[in-house]
Design a protein around this ligand. Sequence first.
Ligand code: ATP
Length: 230
Amino acid sequence: MSALIRIARLRKSFGDRPQFDIERFSLKAGHAYVLTGVNGAGKSTLLRILAGLEGAEAEGVTFAGQATTLSPYPAAMRAAVVYVHQHPVMFSTSVAANIGYGLTVRGMPKAKVAQQVDEAMEWAGVAHLRDSDPSRLSGGEKQRIALARAKVLEPKLLLLDEPTANLDGAAREQVLALIPQLVREGTCVVMACHDRDLIGLPGVGRLKLRDGKLERRDADRDGPAIALVT
Ligand SMILES: Nc1ncnc2c1ncn2[C@@H]1O[C@H](COP(=O)(O)OP(=O)(O)OP(=O)(O)O)[C@@H](O)[C@H]1O
């Protein structure tokens, strides 16, 4: 499958403190990856850079086959990349309004928004929460609603920042169960998590930030091999 994004020499510093220096970064379209690393390795920072929420230096960027830049962050990526925070922020309206918000902003007619929201709530198993007060939801419910809210936008790249942190067994499994379907529909999913929480979904590539470098192990039918990218 083709690369969704390629970045040559992706560098990030905070002031004069280098955070990472990645020689070549790439993600395949319609694949899932876990991104691990110790506290402070830069997992959230990398996701935020990919989402255009944080600046970085890059020597060459290609997204969906088109040469582009990260700064300024292109409209094509803004429309195609969705970042889900570990603690998703919900508007204090209703669950349905939260899920439909992005579609409404995009100018989709009301009836179509309602239909898409209904489908997404069924998919995420949150239809019973339609009229609930978002501030009263559990962590697992919020994550599933955040995934529904992301799904309706049909992202090419979905960035999940520790989606299962602080979730118990059942809630964790419910969140994880949603991810393979997103991948099957063609979304590239990157999930930041810790080694101890490593998500053992089949066919998942592994990215690890360590000492400012990125190690990767692509899911490979012939048996994955660790390849040091930098
Ligand atoms: N805006 C900022 N200014 C200065 N330093 C920052 C900024 N954002 C993040 N950092 C620092 O960069 C480092 C990487 O942070 P980041 O949140 O990306 O790590 P992480 O791997 O996601 O960590 P964790 O597992 O604890 O969530 C940390 O030392 C953090 O303090």
